[in-house]
Design a protein around this ligand. Structure first.
Ligand code: F6P
Length: 355
C-alpha cells in the first residue's frame, strides 16, 4: 500500500530545510513509492489544513536554496492564535492528518518543535522529527543542519571585523545568535580568533573582560574582538535569574550588547563599536556540509517511515543516525558544558571567557 507522508518546517528557518524536504520527498517517492504532502507555515498549516502536493517537480532545483519552500512559524498546536483567540488546535491537526490519510507527519524543527511533536504523538499522531537549528542546542543529537552554515557566516563576519578593528584600534563587540546555548558564538569565535567569547553557560565579570582587553593593549594589541552570544549574561544577572527561580538560559536580553559595549569602552578607555549579526546568520544558501547532513537525514527518514518506526527524533550520534524517543528530547536543551574541549582549547590560545 502506498504510504502517505506529511511534512512541515517549524520554528526559526535555517539553511538546509529545502535540502531535507527534497531528500525526504525524492527518497520517499523514488525508493518507496510514497506520496508527500507539505503543510504550510509550520503547525499552523497542519491545524488549518493548508497544504501543497509535493510532487517531484516541486522538489527539483531547491537543494541549494536557503529558507523553506513550505514557510515556517513558531505556532504551537495546543496554543495557536486563530482570529484573535488562543485555541487548542491539537485535534484539528489530528483531523487534518486523518483527512489526508497520512501514515506519518515529519516535523523538521528545533527545540520547540520537539515539544510540539511530542504533544501530537501523545494525541495519537505518528510523528518523526528531523533536527534543524543554527543554535545546535537540540538535546540527544550531536548536531543539526543549519549550524555549519551559520558558523561559516558568523566566522566570516568575525574575520571582516578583525581588519576594521585593527585599523582603528577599536574594540568590536559582535553579537551572535544563541539565546539559550552558546555553541554558535563559541565555534565562530574560536574559528575567527575572537579575543573574548561570552556565552550563556559561562557568566562573565566585566572587570575580567576589561582587564583582558587592557592587557592586550599593554602587549601592543590595541584592538580586540568580543564575540557575544545573544543570551550571555553577567554573574550578577545569572544570580538574579537563579534567585527568581528562572532557568538561567531562558532569555536573550534585548539591548544587552549595547550596554555591554558601552561598559567595555568606559572600563578600557578604548573606542568600542557593536555589530549585531542577527538574521544574516539564518539566511542564504546552505554549506556543503549542511546539504549533505540534510540529505542524509531526509533520505533516512523515508527509510524509517517505510519500516513503520514513529515517535522519534532522527538524531546524529557520531557517524550514525539513531532513533531517539521524543520523550527523551522534548523540553531539554543541549548546553555547552563549561569544560567542553572547545572551551579548553580556546582558553589555551588565550581567549578570555570573562570568568
Ligand atoms: O532558534 C534560532 C534563533 O535564530 C535563535 O538563535 C534566535 O535567538 C532566535 O531564533 C530568533 O528568533 P526570531 O527569528 O523568531 O526572532
Amino acid at each position: 500500500m502506498t504510504k502517505r507522508i506529511g511534512v512541515l518546517t517549524s520554528g526559526g528557518d535555517c539553511p538546509g530545510l529545502n535540502a531535507a524536504i527534497r531528500a525526504l520527498g525524492k527518497a520517499g517517492q523514488d525508493a518507496f513509492g510514497m506520496e508527500l504532502t507539505g503543510f504550510m507555515n509550520g503547525f499552523r498549516g497542519l491545524a488549518l489544513d493548508e497544504s501543497i502536493d509535493l510532487e517531484s517537480s516541486r522538489l527539483s532545483g531547491i537543494l541549494t536554496y536557503g529558507g523553506t519552500i513550505l514557510g515556517t512559524s513558531r505556532d504551537k498546536p495546543h496554543r495557536m492564535q486563530i482570529d484573535g483567540e488562543t485555541r487548542d488546535m491539537t485535534e484539528a491537526c489530528i483531523a487534518t492528518a486523518q483527512r489526508h490519510r497520512l501514515d506519518a507527519v515529519v516535523c523538521i524543527g528545533g527545540g520547540g518543535t520537539q515539544k510540539n511533536a511530542l504533544r501530537l504523538k501523545q494525541a495519537g499522531l505518528n510523528v518523526i522529527t528531523l533536527p534543524k537549528t543554527i543554535d545546535n542546542d537540540i538535546a540527544m543529537t550531536d548536531t543539526s543542519f543549519g549550524f555549519d552554515t551559520a558558523v561559516g557566516t558568523a566566522t566570516e563576519a568575525v574575520d571582516r571585523l578583525h581588519s576594521t578593528a585593527s585599523s582603528h584600534d577599536r574594540v568590536i563587540v559582535v553579537e551572535i545568535m544563541g539565546h539559550r546555548a552558546g555553541w554558535l558564538a563559541l565555534t565562530a569565535g574560536t574559528a575567527g580568533g575572537a579575543d573574548v567569547i561570552l556565552i550563556p553557560e559561562i557568566p562573565y565579570d566585566l572587570d575580567i573582560i576589561a582587564d583582558a582587553i587592557k592587557e592586550r593593549s599593554r602587549r601592543g594589541k590595541s584592538f580586540s574582538i568580543v564575540a557575544v552570544a545573544e543570551g550571555a549574561m553577567s554573574r550578577s544577572q545569572a544570580q538574579s535569574k537563579a534567585g527568581m527561580n528562572e532557568p538561567k538560559q531562558l532569555t536573550g536580553h534585548v539591548g544587552h550588547t549595547i550596554e555591554l559595549t558601552g561598559e567595555i569602552e568606559e572600563r578600557t578607555g578604548l573606542e568600542s563599536r557593536l555589530t549585531i549579526l542577527g538574521h544574516v546568520q539564518r539566511g542564504g544558501t546552505p554549506s556543503a556540509a549542511d546539504r549533505v547532513l540534510a540529505t542524509w537525514l531526509g533520505t533516512h527518514c523515508a527509510q524509517i517511515i517505510a519500516d513503520g518506526k514513529y515517535g522519534v527524533l532522527l538524531a546524529v550520534r557520531g557517524n550514525e543516525l539513531e532513533l531517539v524517543p521524543l520523550e527523551k528530547v522534548a523540553g531539554k536543551t543541549k548546553l555547552v558544558p563549561p569544560e567542553h574541549h572547545l572551551v579548553t582549547s580556546a582558553r589555551m590560545v588565550g581567549t578570555c571567557f570573562g570568568d
